[in-house]
Design a protein around this ligand. Structure first.
Ligand code: 5GP
Length: 212
């Protein structure tokens, strides 16, 4: 039987840099896959349907909720986002190590439902840094920056329920902060792969061959 993949749920406050960290890992390590979510928000310039997200309208999202198609879904900043059960199931069944890059509400749902999922919280080094990152992104309005900062305290309070915490340093202080954070995320993925429970089939086969 093919090896079943491992599930990693990466979350943290908006603007902490989780999507850049995940993108860096995916670029450097094609053995890791991302589950593409559905969202009702409009595509940003450069975003491709089916790659960044599956962009759907409210009616379609309602249908998917009614069909029970979502593993988890949540309202995030006036839009809805959801992880498709089918995408997660297929990815894991095909033996891929799969990252869900989702908001903290969705992440806590997944961690509660699935004790095997590994929770990774990406944290900014400070409030000032988080604000700077949100402005630097240039895609947010002043209103949305204010809403996002208002949500951060509650999000950080949930960090205690994750398995790992990555502190994404400020690039002004640590020029290769993104590379370091991506290497840390890949180290977590590697550590899970090397766990004894993921080596049982190999150890059984080795043991059997040595008895011949
Ligand atoms: P953005 O609109 O900036 O791409 O994403 C906004 C937030 O939605 C981010 O925190 C992102 O992690 C989260 N998000 C993306 N996909 C999902 C999903 O499938 N479920 C949940 N709960 N959150 C998601």
């Amino acid at each position: 039987m093919a090896r079943r993949g491992n599930l990693f749920v990466v979350s943290g406050p908006a603007g902490a840099g989780k999507s850049e960290i995940v993108k860096t890992v995916l670029r450097k390590h094609p053995d890791v896959r991302l589950s593409v979510s559905c969202t009702t928000r409009a595509p940003r310039p450069g975003e491709v349907d089916g790659v960044s997200y599956h962009f759907v309208d409210d009616a379609r999202f309602d249908e998917l909720v009614a069909e029970g198609a979502f593993y988890e879904w949540a309202h995030v900043h006036q839009n809805r986002y959801g992880t498709l059960k089918s995408a997660v199931q297929k990815g894991l069944d095909d033996g891929h190590d799969l990252i869900l890059e989702i908001d903290v509400q969705g992440c806590l749902q997944v961690l509660e439902q699935n004790p095997d999922a590994v929770g990774v919280f990406v944290c900014p080094p400070s409030r000032e840094n988080l604000e700077k990152r949100l402005r630097h992104r240039g895609t947010e309005t002043e209103e949305s920056i204010r809403v996002r900062l208002g949500n951060v305290a509650g999000e950080v309070a949930t960090a205690y329920r994750y398995d790992y915490v990555i502190i994404h340093q400020d690039w002004a202080d640590v020029p290769n902060a993104l590379e370091i954070a991506a290497d840390e995320l890949y180290a977590i993925i590697t550590a899970r792969r090397l766990e004894r429970r993921n080596r049982i089939e190999f150890l059984d086969a080795l043991t059997a061959s040595l008895k011949k």
